[in-house]
Design a protein around this ligand. Structure first.
Ligand code: COA
Length: 152
């Protein structure tokens, strides 16, 4: 907590020059990006796609000049979604994840988005605890998905 008092964390919109730092952070925070059996998990493609769709809702947290966190949000006119929330392992439990979620929520609220949804892998019980501490609750739904396009 001492570090939290002495370091200032700011949150700003992602810039293309942040790409390498963000990918390094994601490779550490999301082991699935390192899973060769899931080539559809391509961080470069995720960034390129986001830069083409509501890039103003892609945020990074900066501490002492370094990128230490990310979050992506989107609003489709009915619901907001949050993705790719990650904080560098050496900067966790300092409130940065909370700051990023609040920032994304504020950006969605400014767009009159009435509800934000997100998905957490069921194996990540600790992450569920994090979101519950921020007021998120499991909806009585199952999440369905279908992959579109060429990649199966
Ligand atoms: C989830 C994550 C973003 C949290 O970031 P963070 O900056 O450490 O979170 P905060 O410091 O804001 O935590 C706020 C509160 O959430 C809870 N919390 C956070 N991480 C927790 C953990 N691992 N276990 C239990 N509770 C946790 C605590 O109540 C914490 O408050 P406290 O530190 O005063 O006890 C971070 O752990 C992370 O990047 N994980 C790997 C990537 C990932 O799985 N992202 C989620 C994808 S859905």
């Amino acid at each position: 907590m001492i570090e939290a008092l002495t370091s200032t964390v700011s949150i700003r919109v992602f810039d293309a020059g942040d790409t390498d730092d963000v990918i390094a952070l994601w490779l550490e925070a999301f082991p699935e990006y390192r899973d060769a059996s899931r080539p559809q998990r391509n961080p470069h493609l995720s960034i390129a796609n986001k830069l083409a769709t509501q890039p103003e809702l892609f945020f990074v947290a900066v501490k002492d000049g370094s990128i230490v966190g990310t979050v992506m949000a989107g609003y489709d006119g009915h619901r907001g979604w949050m993705y790719s929330l990650a904080v560098d392992a050496s900067s966790r439990r300092l409130g940065i994840g909370t700051q990023l979620v609040h920032h994304a929520e504020a950006a969605l609220t400014a767009l009159d988005c009435p509800k934000v949804n997100l998905q957490v892998l069921s194996a990540k019980a600790d992450v569920r605890g994090f979101y519950e501490s921020l007021g998120y609750r499991a909806d009585e739904v199952i999440s369905l998905g279908k992959r579109l396009g060429a990649i199966a």
